[in-house]
Design a protein around this ligand. Structure first.
Ligand SMILES: NC(=O)c1ccc[n+]([C@@H]2O[C@H](COP(=O)([O-])OP(=O)(O)OC[C@H]3O[C@@H](n4cnc5c(N)ncnc54)[C@H](OP(=O)(O)O)[C@@H]3O)[C@@H](O)[C@H]2O)c1
Length: 245
C-alpha cells in the first residue's frame, strides 16, 4: 500500500473488520472483497457474522470477539497470521447529558469505543505488516458537540488524538481516523422511529448538505485511508459539512 490505487492495492491482502457483521464495517467488507482482499469479520454474535460472511463469499471468514475483553481480543488475533488493514466499528455505549448520566454511564463511550479500539490495535501489533493501515472509528461530534453528549464528544476527540499518537509511534504503519456525521444505516434502523426521524431532521438542518450520510459514503472513505500511502495521523470527516457550521 505505497501509492493510491485501490483497484490493485488491496488484492490478496488481509483486512480485519471488527464489527464487520453489520453496518459500516460490512459495507467496507463488501468493497474490500470487490477489490480482491480477504476479510476477517469479528463481532459478538456468531449468527450475524456467519450470515454476513456467507453474503461475501469464500474470501470472508469470521470469529467471535468482544472488544471489551482483552483475552477475547487476544484469542481473536491468534488465528490471524498477518494483518494488512484494520478497522473497528464495534462499540456499545450510552449518550446523554452530564446531569442525566452518572459517571459509570458517562464513561461507556470511553470504555467501549476508545478502549475497545485501543485493545484491538494493541493485540494486532505483532501481526501488522510493515505497510499496514489502521483506521479508527470516531464521530463528528468530536469537533461539533451536540446538545447533551459531553462524554461522547470527549471520547471521539480522544480517538482522533489516539490516531495522531499512534501514527507517530507505529510508522511506517499508517493510522488515521474516520469521523462520520449521522449515517442512515443499520445502527439507526434499529432505533425507535420517532427518535430516528427527529435525529435525521436535526442533522439535516445542521449540516451543509442537508441530509444524513450513507454507509457506502463512509466505507469509501475507509478504503481511501486504507490505500492512500501518504496519509497518516489524519481525521477524515465524512459528515456532509456538519463540522463546518
Ligand atoms: N451510524 C452512525 O450514524 C454513526 C455516526 C458516527 C459514528 N458512528 C460509529 O460507528 C460505530 C458503529 O458502527 P455502525 O454504524 O456500522 O453500527 P452497527 O451496524 O451497529 O455496527 C456495530 C457492530 O459492532 C458489533 N459490536 C458491538 N459491540 C461489540 C463488542 N463489544 N465487541 C465486538 N463487536 C461488537 C456489533 O455486533 P454484535 O452486537 O453482534 O457484537 C455490530 O456488528 C460506532 O463506533 C459509532 O460511534 C456511527
Amino acid at each position: 500500500m505505497t501509492s493510491y490505487d485501490p483497484s490493485s492495492l488491496l488484492a490478496d491482502r488481509t483486512i480485519v473488520l471488527i464489527g464487520g457483521g453489520s453496518g459500516i464495517g460490512l459495507e467496507v467488507a463488501r468493497r474490500a472483497i470487490a477489490l480482491g482482499a480477504s476479510v476477517v469479520l469479528g463481532g459478538r454474535t456468531a449468527a450475524r457474522l456467519d450470515a454476513a460472511a456467507a453474503s461475501l463469499g469464500e474470501r470472508a471468514t469470521w470469529a467471535t470477539v468482544d472488544t471489551g475483553d482483552e483475552a477475547s481480543v487476544a484469542a481473536f488475533f491468534e488465528r490471524i497470521p498477518a494483518v494488512d488493514a484494520l478497522f473497528t466499528t464495534a462499540a456499545d455505549y450510552v449518550v446523554g447529558s452530564m446531569r442525566d448520566l452518572d459517571a459509570d454511564q458517562a464513561s461507556s463511550p470511553f470504555a467501549s469505543k476508545f478502549w475497545g479500539q485501543y485493545r484491538v490495535v494493541r493485540a494486532a501489533l505483532d501481526r501488522l505488516t510493515p505497510d499496514a493501515s489502521i483506521v479508527l472509528m470516531s464521530g463528528a461530534a468530536s469537533v461539533r458537540p451536540p446538545a447533551a453528549a459531553p462524554a461522547y464528544v470527549a471520547a471521539n476527540a480522544a480517538i482522533e488524538g489516539l490516531a495522531r499518537g499512534l501514527a507517530v509511534e507505529l510508522a511506517p504503519v499508517r493510522v488515521n481516523a474516520v469521523s462520520p456525521g449521522t449515517i442512515d444505516g443499520n445502527l439507526w434502523a434499529h432505533r425507535d422511529d420517532a427518535v430516528r426521524e427527529a435525529a435525521f431532521a436535526q442533522f439535516s438542518a445542521d449540516t451543509v448538505l442537508h441530509r444524513p450520510g450513507t454507509e457506502q459514503e463512509v466505507a469509501g472513505a475507509v478504503i481511501h485511508l486504507f490505500t492512500n500511502g501518504y496519509t497518516t495521523g489524519s481525521t477524515l470527516y465524512v459528515d456532509g459539512g456538519y463540522s463546518l457550521r
